[in-house]
Write a protein that binds this ligand. Sequence first.
Ligand code: NAD
Length: 420
Amino acid sequence: MPPDETTKINPWQMVLAQIEKAEKHLDCSLDMLEKLRHPERALLVSVPVRMDDGRIRVFKGFRVQHSTVRGPAKGGIRYHPSVDLDEVTALAAWMTWKCAVMNIPFGGAKGGVECDPAELSPGELERLTRRYTAEILSFIGPDRDIPAPDVNTNSQVMAWLMDTYSMQIGHVVPGVVTGKPLAIGGSEGRSEATGLGVVYMVLEAARKLGMDLSHATAAVQGFGNVGSSAARNLFREGVKLIAVSEKNGGCYSPHGLDPFQLQKHYAETGTLHGFPGSDPIGNDDLLALPCDILVPAALENVIHRENAGQVKARMIAEGANGPVTPIADEILREKGVFIIPDILANAGGVTVSYFEWVQDLQNYFWDEAEINKRLRQIMTASFKKVMAIAEEKDVDNRTAAQILGIGRVLEAAQLRGLYP
Ligand code: NAD
């Protein structure tokens, strides 16, 4: 049973509840499952930063490697006031399953610093990033653990991380991080990849449900890397985008919003409010809008036992990690909402990160068409496998994806055996 839930739930408890649900359906040996209920390593670091006013502030930083059974650990770095050890550990475990669902040779990791980057100057942000990198330096590396962007971190942050690591090692090491700028070994297509992957999965789901996307409507929560790319790519597919939001709220129009114009408006004004032809909308109201496709692309825990009953979308494509709590999952299943779970829907980012890492190791770079073709192939194959498991085992899509992911990790763990 899902753990007792108020509206919010500890994300690590969510992971454990999901493992318990998938466990009953796993055909392989469960001998190593206990190992996956614990992260392999968790590092807590203090990050002292000289602020612009001369004072020293100390931030709390984390890097957690959940599993390296299938390859080097892989996962983003989040800068947010709510970052804590349980959140980072949960996000690391979801990375483990996600890489396994895509069948890419990585384990799962995540990192974070408890901070509000909106309060930091560019100089403070750079010093925080460099000191955090120095503190986790012995943990990371192209063969051991490869960070990437997540909430409130971007290609510039990855560039500072790569530079700090390279300066310490004594030579340039582009493969230590993905999501870098193109000029220093980044990959074509990486910045769009997560949102584009979400839309590849929406296309597959729409085909399965017989949904005509040219008559479909969508609402997107979060207008950062994932949400804005998902919005643009849905728009390109002819979907009518009726609402988009960021942390301070968003805008709504039943006639449709142009995400390219919206991006310009957001860049110029710093708010989604006031976009011509639209009305303001709050984040909770956005989730309850009648629409065909709902894309939560902000944070975890946004659809929970209190508001799941109000969701009217036919399909939820989880751009964010962990946006739906276990009890909300049950409520949505009873309502017949088709969920494309996070470890499938938002795996485009880590898949192109894998391409970036491969290109960095080979010093040979592919064009965007090649990247997107390979991305689509991998994600579509994974979608089909997850759907086949859902049908065969008569389970929901999330459980099916977990069965695939956890099953692959268990198979590798069994083959490697227990050290010593
Ligand atoms: P981002 O920092 O680029 O954007 C986050 C967006 O969410 C911003 O628009 C922010 O205003 C909004 N937001 C923050 N708090 C909110 C709240 N309480 N309510 C509504 N909106 C809120 O981050 P991102 O990289 O787009 O990541 C978003 C989600 O996608 C996270 O769950 C992340 O783990 C997941 N994800 C990201 C990637 C990636 O490649 N960046 C890959 C896979 C999954």
